[in-house]
Design a protein around this ligand. Structure first.
Ligand SMILES: Nc1ncnc2c1ncn2[C@@H]1O[C@H](COP(=O)(O)OP(=O)(O)OP(=O)(O)O)[C@@H](O)[C@H]1O
Length: 290
């Protein structure tokens, strides 16, 4: 039984490979029905974390509970409650998408019908095609279909939309929103910050072995990270920018000066006001040069 009610509860998780520390004591909580996006640069340890939660890797230290159980002790009934979409899927053999879904579905106690899943991931018209003949993006949808056919309470999605075109990505987002509406918790890794912003209830930034920031996407980095940026070209042609909590006031002053100087339209050239994107805030947090 899952007494705590949490989908994921991790305390002090550590992991080393040889003498390299990958995870240095991370805490993580994911509630039922919550979508959590784990962000971090290449090699930060996102897949390692997910694989530990899936019971595929042994933690070095700390406490891990997934749907109330230690993944290393978990039995088949627990496995049936999670869905896994790994970064890459193995050889699916000579079978069609529908055959694969019917087969894998039959391994679960309460599966979705193959045709329902095909519809959900937008593969209905390719149902009779061999999996190996699907395009890269279609194969990825099939990976996701195989991850959700068992009606998981917790779904792990490791970079699910890599290789999707923009339209497929939007459709995919819509599909995930439907799943969370049914109460499925999702742990997602992605390098697409717009994807995290769109889907996640909370994002966590894994960097240097720790979760260095964690918040709803619209609050990540705190209020200071969100101070708007005003940009304009000065009369000498130089590009100027200023961060200010009162951009309206600054724009008013700039326009008054520009109008007095006879600037066309009564405003400085190339005037713009914008708030930092999640991607800019994220890059700042991991200390990357943007
Ligand atoms: N079995 C292993 N043995 C030794 N080192 C490993 C092993 N698996 C992963 N690593 C190393 O651990 C680090 C973390 O890898 P991991 O795949 O967890 O990162 P990630 O955050 O998922 O990266 P990416 O964004 O590139 O997928 C990397 O430097 C990787 O090379």
């Amino acid at each position: 039984m899952n007494h705590s009610g949490a989908a994921v509860r991790v305390r002090g998780l550590g992991k080393r490979y040889g003498d390299r520390t990958i995870l240095d004591g991370i805490d993580l909580d994911i509630a039922p029905g919550e979508t959590y996006a784990l962000l971090g640069p290449n090699g930060a340890g996102k897949s390692t974390t997910i694989e530990i939660l899936e019971g595929l890797r042994r933690p070095g230290s700390g406490e891990v509970r997934v749907l109330g159980e230690d993944p290393l002790d978990a039995r088949r009934a627990w496995r049936a409650r999670i869905g896994i979409v790994a970064q890459s899927t193995g050889d699916l053999g000579p079978y069609t998408a529908r055959e694969l879904l019917a087969h894998f579905g039959s391994l679960y106690p309460n599966p979705r019908a193959a045709d329902e899943v095909l519809e959900l991931v937008g593969l209905t018209e390719h149902a009779g095609k061999r999996a190996t003949k699907l395009s890269g993006g279609q194969q990825r949808r099939l990976d996701v279909a195989l991850g959700i056919v068992g009606r998981p309470e917790l779904l792990f999605l490791d970079e699910p939309t890599t290789g999707f075109d923009p339209e497929a990505r939007r459709q995919f987002w819509g599909m995930l929103e439907g799943l969370t509406g049914e109460g499925t918790a999702i742990l997602l890794t992605t390098h697409y910050l717009d994807e995290a912003a769109h889907l996640a209830d909370r994002v966590g930034v894994l960097s240097g072995g720790s979760i260095t920031a964690e918040a709803p996407p619209e609050e990540l980095g705190g209020a200071d990270a969100r101070v708007p940026l005003v940009r304009w070209r000065d009369p000498h042609g130089g590009l100027r920018e200023e961060r200010t909590a009162t951009p309206g006031l600054l724009v008013e002053q700039l326009c008054a000066h520009a109008a007095a100087a006879g600037a066309p339209g009564g405003e400085p050239a190339e005037l713009e006001v914008r708030r930092p994107s999640l991607e800019e805030i994220y890059l700042e947090l991991i200390g990357a040069d943007s």
